[in-house]
Design a protein around this ligand. Structure first.
Ligand SMILES: [Zn+2]
Length: 368
């Protein structure tokens, strides 16, 4: 739940799309797009499937395929050489093995130096974080994704118009949160936009540039305080630049690990076996690195989101209560929690419970 995706500006959006979206800056709490109420339908499953895939670039899978095809070509070329020629090449490689090892090591060190130059100390978490891409690059990619999602949702009438009571309620909660945290640069200097999806799914997600998507199912289940903590969670994802960071981590993993391993495997093994081995490698890396990282970022966003909400005088116990309720509704966590992008409901509840004293302290400072 509450997944990430990338996005930016709205100038590229068509007018019909804009009818279902308001721009909620720190100054204006009310939506200012007004339209007649269209008939709404809830058959938005296809659109939701798009959302699930939006934060992953298909190009990574494509690059692995290219690597395997390249390796297969090298392998084919190698076995077409006469035995004498192969022996000569092997002897040459043995003679210059130290040079080859040295050059490979130097190349990897070069990449390592580049990545270390991309590390930044995050002021919110006090952790060194990898940010390979500029925010501008993320925005460009994001613009395409958000335009596609909104066009699809508008076409299928999945969105609640800005006049709808549910939309107004979520907008009001979000405005209160933004106003209370107006002193935070990352919040004040960004244009935040709200989209409410008319679907019973209990979910919300955010784009890297501040488009917050809330599902009507979530709005129906959560009270205002809980909704505020959840919107705070989404704000936190953007403030902490999680999209850039997770994309950078995936990039580094591919560059330093998957690509070299794929090259070796695709040269050493027949094509189909190489494909299978590379797919296994990708899966292992995704589970061990990608999913673990995503879960840790979700926990981070939960914590900061609660504190943002506390700053808006929201009851700090409501986050914990919400996840407890979620746990009761959707059942206890399964044994395959390690295959999930988000921590289990129980873990989230425990984490938010542990932060109640900090939230209370913040409320006192905010003179709630
Ligand atoms: Zn999240």
């Amino acid at each position: 739940m509450f997944s990430l995706l990338v996005s930016r500006n709205v100038s590229f959006l068509s007018t019909p799309t804009a009818r279902y979206m308001s721009y909620i800056s720190r100054k204006s709490g009310l939506p200012y797009f007004k339209t007649p109420n269209p008939a709404l339908r809830t058959s938005c499953k296809q659109v939701l499937q798009i959302q699930n895939h939006i934060c992953h670039t298909g190009r990574r899978g494509f690059s692995s395929l290219l690597t395997v095809i390249g390796g297969a070509a090298v392998r084919r070329w190698w076995f077409k050489r006469p035995p004498e020629t192969r022996r000569r090449y092997t002897n040459t490689a043995r003679t210059y093995r130290l040079t080859i090892i040295g050059m490979t090591t130097a190349f990897m060190c070069l990449i390592g130096t580049f990545l270390s130059c991309c590390m930044e100390l995050d002021p919110w978490t006090d952790l060194w974080r990898l940010f390979v891409f500029s925010e501008r690059t993320i925005e460009v990619y994001d613009r395409i994704n958000v335009a596609a999602i909104l066009a699809e949702m508008t076409g299928k009438r999945c969105l609640l118009e800005t006049e709808h009571p549910t939309y107004r309620r979520v907008a009001s909660v979000m405005s209160r949160l933004l106003d209370a945290n107006n002193g935070v640069d990352e919040i004040r200097n960004r244009q935040w936009s709200l989209v409410v999806v008319n679907h019973p799914t209990v979910n919300a997600f955010v784009s890297a540039s501040g488009f917050i998507f809330v599902f009507s199912g979530l709005a129906a289940m959560a009270n205002d305080d809980q909704l505020s903590i959840i919107v705070g969670h989404e704000l936190a994802h953007v403030m902490l630049r999680h999209t850039n960071h997770i994309t950078s981590v995936n990039f580094a993993v591919h560059l330093l690990c998957l690509t070299p391993v794929s090259m070796v495997l695709s040269v050493a093994l027949p094509f189909l076996w190489a494909m299978l081995a590379v797919m296994m490698c990708r899966l292992v890396l995704y589970v061990c690195v990608g999913l673990t990282k995503e879960r840790s970022l979700e926990t981070e966003a939960d914590g900061l989101g609660l504190l943002l909400a506390a700053n808006a005088c929201v009851d700090g116990t409501q986050g914990y209560l919400f996840w407890e309720a979620m746990s009761k509704i959707y059942g206890p966590s399964t044994r395959t929690w390690w295959l999930e992008t988000h921590p289990t409901n129980e873990i989230r509840a425990r984490h938010l419970h542990s932060l109640i004293p900090a939230a209370t302290e913040l409320q006192k400072l905010a003179k709630c």
